[in-house]
Write a protein that binds this ligand. Structure first.
Ligand SMILES: Cc1cc2nc3c(=O)[nH]c(=O)nc-3n(C[C@H](O)[C@H](O)[C@H](O)COP(=O)(O)OP(=O)(O)OC[C@H]3O[C@@H](n4cnc5c(N)ncnc54)[C@H](O)[C@@H]3O)c2cc1C
Length: 85
């Protein structure tokens, strides 16, 4: 028996994970760049090395959350510091 998935059409998912075109891997850095001081992007598509993974998505949220805290004048905690390294 065969079961086909349609991750990009599933209304609870809308996708699976990113895949850069050949020679366009560096564009992921653009996705990670904040859109002004208040809008920060996270998700597996925004990480250079661990894209398409759960831990890549996790680390990206640490980076984005740390950047938001710093933008608000606070000191990022251990999670933000880990993401920055
Ligand atoms: C079948 C499968 C197996 C996988 N296996 C592994 C594995 O073994 N190990 C591993 O590390 N990774 C695995 N992955 C990859 C991992 O699941 C993803 O890299 C990770 O979930 C990405 O997290 P994210 O937060 O970036 O995006 P997502 O988890 O995709 O979260 C994005 C969210 O945004 C929502 N969304 C989309 N569009 C809109 C919109 N317009 N408005 C509002 N909400 C919207 C979606 O519904 C979704 O909830 C697998 C993925 C798939 C599909």
């Amino acid at each position: 028996m065969c079961h086909l998935t349609g991750w990009s059409r599933d209304p609870w998912i809308f996708g699976a994970y990113s895949a850069a075109l050949p020679d366009h891997h560096a564009l992921k850095e653009d996705l990670a760049r904040p859109l002004g001081p208040r809008v920060h992007c996270a998700g597996e598509a925004t990480v250079g090395d661990d894209f398409a993974t759960a831990h890549g998505a996790w680390n990206s949220r640490l980076r984005a959350a740390g950047a938001m805290v710093r933008a608000l004048g606070g000191a990022a905690g251990a999670g933000g510091a880990a993401a920055a390294s």
